[in-house]
Design a protein around this ligand. Sequence first.
Ligand SMILES: CC(=O)SCCNC(=O)CCNC(=O)[C@H](O)C(C)(C)COP(=O)(O)OP(=O)(O)OC[C@H]1O[C@@H](n2cnc3c(N)ncnc32)[C@H](O)[C@@H]1OP(=O)(O)O
Ligand SMILES: O=C([O-])CC(=O)C(=O)O
Length: 375
Amino acid sequence: MADKPVTGAGLRGQSAGSTALCTVGKTGSGLTYRGFDIKELAEKAKFEEVAYLLLKGKLPNQAELSEYISKLKSLRGLPDALKAVLEQIPKDAHPMDVMRTGTSMLGNLETEESFDQQQDVSDRLLAVLPSIICYWYRFSHDGVRIDTETDDNSVGGHFLNMLRGKPASELHARVMNVSLILYAEHEFNASTFTARVCASTLSDMHSCVTGAIGSLRGPLHGGANEAAMAMIEDWQSPEEAETKILGMLERKDKIMGFGHAIYRESDPRNAIIKHWSKKLSDDVGDDVLYAVSERVEAVMWREKKLFCNADFFHASAYHFMDIPTKLFTPIFVMSRVTGWAAHVFEQRANNRIIRPSADYTGPEKSEWVPIEARR
Ligand SMILES: CC(=O)SCCNC(=O)CCNC(=O)[C@H](O)C(C)(C)COP(=O)(O)OP(=O)(O)OC[C@H]1O[C@@H](n2cnc3c(N)ncnc32)[C@H](O)[C@@H]1OP(=O)(O)O
Ligand SMILES: O=C([O-])CC(=O)C(=O)O
């Protein structure tokens, strides 16, 4: 794909500030968090280690990591007033709306009174977001009030345990760990930029994260993993998938899970999650969905030179783990909250209110007409 022209549309290609957190597509396809390559992090790190790296600025040593994991485990409980709110939200609500409301309610109950509290407030959010979504999901769908204080060390294992009422297998906990690492941070993407704009007014952390959740919800951003699943789930064979995709391209439909605003050649997270999707496909004895996904990938590249972004093979990977499709994007929130919070810290540390200009396209001069004379 050729380089994109730098135009005002979507602020594409324009620098909107600086960050020490992440590089995206520097070599056309690379991704680093504080200088660490995503491939190495996905292979060697725990998600909690990556969260520490983003939020505290360095990799933890063993003692620091153990202490951090214990801290996060101790922060998983939900206040009664928050449970009461979650119990009011209907079963057919969008789970991203539940995440947004849960975060906002927490901001009423545990308000960030001073920026000195920002680390603790962020750790609390990281620890409690899985509890928020699972408490609501299990109450509204299964009629049970779950205990959100499980003994799992990992955020991913904890999430799966609450969702299913039993500890996750080693394979599933491993895939969740990788997935949360892949989604944790991505420079000035739409939701992170939302958080930074909010932070630039010197607002509180819960407002920044609530706004970011709203931005992530859309299908052009985090909502694409769910939209990709909805697209591929009915296709019974690679041949059917190819016919359907060609029809969609003919109609100029957007294919969810493909393309990216920054990467030009590939999204480095795709090969990683694709590898785990294949392992899960073998694990469940699938002989349709993975093959369908691979064919969609091949057709999109052949026809449009469009590559899978992080979301496409996440769809099949989560599906193979029996995670309901509507919970896919909330998992993204459980991870990206680390990146959002770290960007809020950065914004606060070197702040100027973010307020760009617009090119005016309205009328030069409008004549006032009294209301009774208007048609
Ligand atoms: C975790 C994330 O948030 S990753 C992104 C998740 N989002 C998706 O998967 C949604 C599908 N993808 C898209 O809508 C886009 O690729 C975006 C939003 C990710 C990036 O948007 P842009 O930067 O505006 O795309 P870009 O400039 O590369 O588009 C170039 C051309 O390819 C087309 N294109 C880009 N992505 C797709 C796609 N997924 N399906 C079909 N055509 C596409 C565009 O329509 C555009 O064509 P045009 O010039 O005729 O209008
Ligand atoms: O960077 C972007 O535009 C979208 C995003 O958040 C990601 O790919 O993880």
